[in-house]
Design a binder for this molecule. Structure first.
Ligand code: CAA
Length: 258
């Protein structure tokens, strides 16, 4: 499939990469771009040869937010009748892990998209922020919720109320990102992590991702019940039999993903 605003690649076996490709607009998240991103991610998600996905931009920008030029002139009803960023990029419908590999500007909707992924690898030049306040609006892609969960209320308030930006090192310190690497290395780090994920039992990966994501949505009791259900489901897989046998026989497991 050919795209106008993104590039796709499988740099190593098992790993699918979607790259935002509107460099002149710092990868501003226009509607056609969002549609392409979700189409490409869904394609990887349903491809049995792919075990983990990466969403990235370029060195200068992961994304500088929703497309302001597209939003300018739109009325409340236009926005209501159209799809929101959250509706466009329904990452909760993806079953395979998705890693954001970010560099440069990670602003507004760009930061929200990164936070919607399962892990974030950042280059040391990455700058995170929610500057919507400067436009007279508020974050509309999950920022008020996900950033608050990630860094706590006090810092989230400062970021969203004053447009305080976080450096990559600060983002690491506050638990927003998994890793920080030099700008010419961050993509390799993301690919390395993605490869590790892709080389595990995909049954166990899917069950784990599902249970961890539920930790944000349900009470502890409900979460523990769901974890127990997924744990029991994992005991029904061929990979459970193989994984334990391989441990006892002191060899690498050969996953069937069944
Ligand atoms: N939407 C549309 N176009 C954008 C854009 C955006 N979010 N960000 C940058 N661009 C465009 C600029 O308009 C400019 O295009 P032209 O060359 O055609 O004029 C081009 O990218 C380069 O931008 P600048 O000239 O501004 O470059 P700079 O290096 O001086 O500044 C920047 C870079 C700090 C990222 C600055 O462009 C900026 O502040 N961008 C907007 C950031 C922002 O406010 N993001 C939040 C958007 S709202 C949102 O995301 C809502 C939501 O939660 C869903």
């Amino acid at each position: 499939m050919s795209y106008d605003y993104i590039l796709t690649d499988t740099p190593v076996a098992g790993v699918g990469v979607v790259q935002l490709n509107r460099p002149k607009a710092y990868n501003a998240l226009s509607t056609p771009l969002l549609i392409e991103v979700m189409t490409a991610l869904r394609e990887f998600d349903t491809d049995d040869s792919i075990g983990c996905m990466i969403l990235t931009g370029n060195e200068k920008a992961f994304a500088a937010g929703a497309d302001i030029k597209e939003m300018d002139g739109k009325t409340q009803v236009d926005m209501y009748m159209g799809q929101s960023l959250i509706e466009h990029l329904d990452f909760t419908s993806l079953t395979k892990p998705l890693i954001a590999a970010v560099s440069g500007f990670v602003l507004g909707g760009g930061c929200e998209v990164a936070m919607s992924c399962d892990m974030i690898v950042a280059s040391d030049t990455a700058v995170f922020g929610q500057p919507e306040i400067n436009l007279g609006i508020i974050p509309g892609g999950g920022g008020t919720q996900r950033l608050t969960h990630a860094v706590g209320k006090a810092l989230a308030m400062e970021i969203m109320l004053t447009d305080r930006r976080l450096s990559a090192e600060e983002a690491l310190q506050y638990g927003l990102v998994n890793r920080v690497a030099p700008v010419d290395e961050y993509m390799n780090v993301a690919i390395e992590i993605a490869q590790k994920v892709a080389n595990k039992s995909q049954v166990a990966i899917k069950l784990t991702k599902d249970a961890v994501n539920k930790a944000y949505e349900v009470s502890l009791q409900e979460g523990l019940a769901l974890e127990n259900r997924n744990f029991l489901v994992s005991f029904g897989s061929e990979d459970k039999v193989e994984g334990m046998k391989a441990f006892i026989e002191k060899r690498e497991a050969e996953w069937k993903h069944r």
